[in-house]
Design a protein around this ligand. Structure first.
Ligand SMILES: Nc1nc2c(ncn2[C@@H]2O[C@@H]3COP(=O)(O)O[C@H]4[C@@H](O)[C@H](n5cnc6c(=O)[nH]c(N)nc65)O[C@@H]4COP(=O)(O)O[C@H]3[C@H]2O)c(=O)[nH]1
Length: 516
C-alpha cells in the first residue's frame, strides 16, 4: 500500500473511531435519559397501585367493620360516603349470601345478582377476611349500562369495590406501553394497561434500556412492566438527536482531516525533501534580472520549487532541511544539471546571458565548491555562471579565498547574496574575488517607508564603486523603488515589477516578448 493511501486509511479509521466514540457517548447518555424516563413512569404507576390498594383496604375494612346484614339506608349512606371520598373506586356493592343486593350507583336492586369467582384471592394484612380480585375488561355498571368499562372488582366480606383500571393518568406517562399486574408464585394476573407487556419484558423481547419491571415495596405481588422503545424515544427527542448527530459527524470528519493533515505535515518535512530529491519533486523557476538603465534582460536567477503528491513546500521550509540533512551538495548538483539542461533549450537569449545560481555557504567550507570547475556542463556552457553566496563567517578563511580565486580563474562570476542581512565583514569586499553585490530585498522594501535600511543604500553604493563591483537590487516591486535605486547607481534589478520566478515555458515566452 502506498504511503498516502495508508495515511488516508489512518485518517478515515481515526475519523470513524472518533465518530464511534462520540456516538457511543451519545448512546450512553440517551440510555441514561431513557432509563430515567422509564423509572419515572414505573414509580408513578407503582405509587398509584399503592394508593389504590390503600384506598381499597381502608374502605372495605371500614364497611366490613359496620357489620351490616342488609342493604338498608344507613348502610347505603355509609357506602356512598366512602365512595364520595374515593379517588380510584367508582362503585361499591353490598352482598348477602354471595348475591349482590345493592350498589352505590343503582341503590337496592330489584333482582339480586350472583357473584362471579375471583381471578385470585389474597390475604389482607389488616383484616382476616381474604380479598378476592377479578379483572373485568368490559363491565357494564348498573348505573351506566350503555358504557363498557375496564375495571378491577375487589370483594372482601360483604362488600365489593369497582376500581377503574385506567385510573392512572396516561398523559403523565411517556412510555408507550405499560401493564399493571398481580403475581404470586404460580400465576400472573392482569389488572390494567396493555396485557402481555410483562411477559414480553420478562422474556427479553425488547432491546436493552427500553423496558423495566418495578414492584411495590408496600404491597407485595403488585407490579408494573413499562416499555418505551428506542425508536419512540428518538422520535420524542428528534431535534436533539439530529443536532447531536451533526455534531458528532463533524467531530469525526474534522478529527480525520486533522490527523490527515498532521500526518502529511510530519511527512512533509525531512522525508518528503529527502525522497523528493531522488524522485524529482524539485524543479527550478527563473526570475529575470534587468539592466536598470536599458530595461533589457541580462540574466536570470534560478530558484528552486518543490511539489509532491502531498503538496507544495516553500524554499523557507526545504532549504533549512537540505542544510540540516547535509544534502546541500547533492541538491546543488541536481540543480546545475536541471537548470543547464533546461536553459540550453532556450534559443533566443541575449548575448553574455548571466545565469545566477545559489550556493550553500557550507559547501564553501567543505570544499565541494571547488568541484564546480570540474563540471564541463558549467565551464563549457554559453552562459556566464554567477555563483550567489550568502555572507558567512567562513568566507573569511584563507581556504575559501583560494577556492574563490580558482573559480574566478575557471570563468565563474561570484556574487555576495543578501548583502547586509547576515554576517558582514567589509574586509570580504576587498579581499574576496567577488564581482557583484546583491542588495537584499529588505533594503529595497524599506525605500517606500524611508526606513533605516533604505538610508544605507547610498553607503552600499559607495562601497560598490570603490571596489568596482556591479550591483543588483532584488525585490523591486514598484516604479518608485526602481527610480530611487537607479538614481543611486544600482546597475541591475530583479523583482516582481519585472516578473515573478517562472517555469521554463513561461520564461521562454517572456524572453521571446523581450527580444522583439
Ligand atoms: N517579496 C518579494 N520577493 C521577491 C521579489 N523578487 C524575488 N523575490 C524572492 O526573493 C528571493 C530571492 O532569492 P534569494 O535571496 O537567493 O533567496 C533564496 C535562496 O537563498 C534560497 N534558494 C532558492 N532556490 C535555491 C536553490 O536552488 N539553491 C539554493 N542554494 N538556495 C535556493 O531560498 C531563498 C528564497 O527563495 P524564494 O522563496 O524563491 O524567494 C526568492 C524570490 O522569489 C519581489 O519583488 N518581492
Amino acid at each position: 500500500m502506498k504511503q498516502y493511501q495508508r495515511r488516508s486509511l489512518i485518517a478515515v479509521v481515526s475519523g470513524i473511531v472518533v465518530f464511534a466514540v462520540c456516538a457511543s457517548t451519545l448512546l450512553y447518555f440517551a440510555a441514561q435519559k431513557l432509563g430515567r424516563q422509564l423509572a419515572r413512569d414505573s414509580n408513578y404507576i407503582v405509587k398509584h397501585i399503592d394508593a389504590a390498594v390503600n384506598e381499597r383496604s381502608k374502605i372495605l375494612s371500614h364497611l366490613n367493620s359496620l357489620s351490616a346484614d342488609s342493604c338498608n339506608s344507613d348502610n347505603l349512606i355509609e357506602m356512598r360516603r366512602a365512595l364520595f371520598d374515593a379517588q380510584y373506586v367508582i362503585d361499591i356493592g353490598f352482598f348477602k349470601n354471595d348475591e349482590l343486593v345493592c350498589t352505590t350507583g343503582a341503590g337496592k336492586l330489584a333482582k339480586t345478582i350472583p357473584d362471579n369467582p375471583p381471578d385470585y384471592i389474597r390475604a389482607d394484612s389488616n383484616d382476616n377476611k381474604p380479598v378476592r380480585v377479578r379483572y373485568e375488561p368490559q363491565l357494564y355498571l348498573l348505573l351506566f349500562s350503555d358504557r363498557a368499562m375496564e375495571v378491577i372488582i375487589v370483594r372482601q366480606g360483604n362488600y365489593n369495590l369497582i376500581i377503574d383500571s385506567r385510573a392512572f393518568n396516561d398523559k403523565v406517562i411517556v412510555s408507550t406501553q405499560w401493564e399493571v399486574l398481580y403475581k404470586n408464585s404460580d400465576n400472573i394476573f392482569h389488572l390494567g394497561g396493555v396485557e402481555g407487556t410483562y411477559k414480553q419484558v420478562k422474556t427479553n423481547a425488547f432491546l436493552a434500556y427500553e423496558s423495566v419491571i418495578k414492584c411495590s415495596n408496600h404491597n407485595p405481588g403488585y407490579c408494573t412492566a413499562v416499555q418505551l422503545p428506542w425508536s419512540q424515544f428518538f422520535a420524542n427527542n428528534q431535534f436533539l438527536l439530529i443536532i447531536s448527530l451533526i455534531l458528532i459527524s463533524l467531530a469525526g470528519v474534522s478529527s480525520g482531516l486533522l490527523i490527515d493533515y498532521s500526518l502529511a505535515a510530519r511527512r512533509s518535512t525531512v522525508t518528503r525533501v529527502r525522497k523528493g530529491l531522488k524522485k524529482g519533486s524539485f524543479y527550478w523557476t527563473y526570475q529575470p534580472i534587468i539592466c536598470l538603465h536599458t530595461g533589457n534582460v541580462v540574466g536570470c536567477e534560478a530558484l528552486a520549487r518543490f511539489e509532491d503528491k502531498y503538496g507544495v513546500l516553500l524554499p523557507d521550509q526545504f532549504i533549512p532541511i537540505i542544510r540540516k540533512t547535509n544534502l546541500t551538495w547533492r541538491f546543488t548538483q541536481a540543480m546545475i544539471e536541471k537548470v543547464l539542461c533546461e536553459l540550453t533549450t532556450v534559443e533566443a537569449l541575449p548575448r553574455h546571458f548571466k545565469v545566477s545560481i545559489n550556493i550553500f555557504p557550507c559547501d564553501v567550507e567543505t570544499g565541494n565548491i571547488a568541484l564546480l570547475k570540474d563540471i564541463p556542463a558549467l565551464t563549457d556552457s554559453r552562459f556566464i555562471i554567477c555563483l550567489e553566496i550568502t555572507e558567512d563567517e567562513y568566507l573569511d578563511s584563507t581556504v575559501a579565498h583560494t577556492h574563490f580565486k580558482n573559480l574566478v580563474e575557471a570563468g565563474f562570476n561570484l556574487s555576495i547574496d543578501d548583502f547586509g542581512t547576515g554576517y558582514s565583514n567589509l574586509k570580504n569586499l576587498q579581499n574576496l574575488s567577488f564581482h557583484q553585490l546583491k542588495i537584499d530585498r529588505t533594503f529595497v522594501q524599506d525605500i517606500t517607508t524611508q526606513g533605516l535600511k533604505a538610508s544605507m543604500i547610498p553607503n552600499i553604493m559607495a562601497l560598490v564603486r570603490k571596489f568596482n563591483y556591479t550591483c543588483v537590487a532584488e525585490g523591486i516591486e514598484t516604479n518608485e523603488q526602481e527610480a530611487i535605486l537607479k538614481q543611486a547607481g544600482v546597475h541591475y534589478g530583479q523583482g516582481w515589477k519585472y516578473a515573478k520566478p517562472m517555469a521554463l515555458r513561461e520564461f521562454k515566452a517572456y524572453l521571446k516578448l523581450q527580444m522583439v
